[in-house]
Design a protein around this ligand. Structure first.
Ligand SMILES: NC(=O)C1=CN([C@@H]2O[C@H](COP(=O)(O)OP(=O)(O)OC[C@H]3O[C@@H](n4cnc5c(N)ncnc54)[C@H](OP(=O)(O)O)[C@@H]3O)[C@@H](O)[C@H]2O)C=CC1
Ligand SMILES: O=C(O)[C@@H]1CCC=N1
Length: 278
């Protein structure tokens, strides 16, 4: 890949996961990445010492040499963030937005210029090159911008190109998705503790079970219901467990969870639009 100078506006969890992944994949050199945030100097020092990337609070300096600008602040902070930097961003650069819920049209409205934007939704598994990322292009992004974004995200996991309207569901499913799995692991660990299993033994069993099940889905291509049926002996332990999940609304809870997270993504975008009208 051609070498690009990359700026990050925002130095939180997802910026770290993406940077860690890009460096691990050897796609980008630390010296070509500069990270900035609102005010947290310790965090920039942490990035410097852990990843050997540059850090600055001088937004003009940050953006002067950047080819690609990642937007990685919370949606509520994007109005202030763009107001601070828009004079330094030109049409020759391009933005990769990681923001949940925020449309490229809203960002273009705030930028007041036709800057190419690729809206993206990775997840924190980017840090270990396992992100499930979806991307879409703004009205001002070309196939070339999409190709470059795709190349960056393919280095840190899988990439799906979707219509912008689908980004809300993608965010609920895959952006937030790892958190649902971690929540389930927390519950499995509690059950193991209550059953008197040693913590380390339980952890090893749970993680290998999860990773084995994911690999079975990936490698066998079998439908999850088929794989589930292969485990479920009539009147056995699995049947008893699954019935308990059904009786406690497990499928319904998962479906509601993803619907509510999708709705929340819409709300984040609408809140921003309301702010822009003020
Ligand atoms: N966490 C995740 O798994 C994912 C998050 N996202 C999206 O990524 C974005 C960031 O999320 P996350 O990393 O969790 O958030 P964090 O709260 O961890 O980080 C937010 C960062 O934004 C910085 N920031 C705030 N205001 C500005 C500003 N005006 N200029 C520059 N930087 C600013 C903060 O700086 P300071 O600390 O100095 O205030 C901080 O470094 C969100 O929009 C979220 O929707 C997308 C995919 C997954
Ligand atoms: O919780 C959030 O809003 C962000 C978006 C996806 C993951 N974290």
């Amino acid at each position: 890949m051609q070498s690009y100078k990359i700026a990050f506006l925002g130095a939180g969890s997802i910026a770290e996961a993406v940077i860690a992944g890009l460096l691990e994949a050897n796609l980008v050199k630390g010296q070509d990445i500069t990270v900035s945030n609102r005010s947290n100097t310790d965090r920039l020092s942490y990035f410097k010492s852990k990843y050997d990337v540059n850090g600055t609070h001088d937004k003009k300096e940050l953006l002067r040499n950047a080819d690609i600008i990642f937007f990685a602040m919370k949606p509520k902070d994007v109005v202030e963030a763009i107001a601070e930097v828009k004079e330094y961003i030109t049409e020759k650069q391009f933005i990769i937005s990681l923001l949940a819920g925020v449309s490229t049209a809203s960002m273009t409205g705030l930028l007041e210029k036709h800057i190419p934007i690729v809206r993206s939704m990775p997840n924190t598994s980017a840090a270990i090159l396992k992100s499930a990322t979806a991307i879409c292009a703004s009205a001002y992004a070309t196939e070339e911008h999409l190709r470059i974004a795709r190349q960056l995200f393919e280095a840190i996991g899988s990439v799906s190109v979707v219509d912008e309207e689908q980004m809300h569901a993608v965010t609920a499913l895959a952006g937030s998705g790892p958190a649902y799995v971690y929540y389930m692991v927390e519950a499995m660990e509690q059950a193991a503790r209550e059953a008197g299993l040693d913590n380390e033994v339980a952890k090893s069993l749970i993680l290998q079970t999860l990773s084995g099940a994911a690999d079975m889905l990936l490698t066998t291509g079998k439908h999850p219901a088929v794989l589930r049926a292969e485990i479920t002996s009539p009147n056995g332990t699995t049947q008893a467990g699954i019935e308990t999940l059904q009786n406690n609304g497990f499928p319904d809870a998962i479906i509601k969870c993803i619907k509510r997270a999708t709705e929340r993504s819409h709300e984040l975008g609408e809140t921003l639009q309301a702010l822009m009208k003020q």
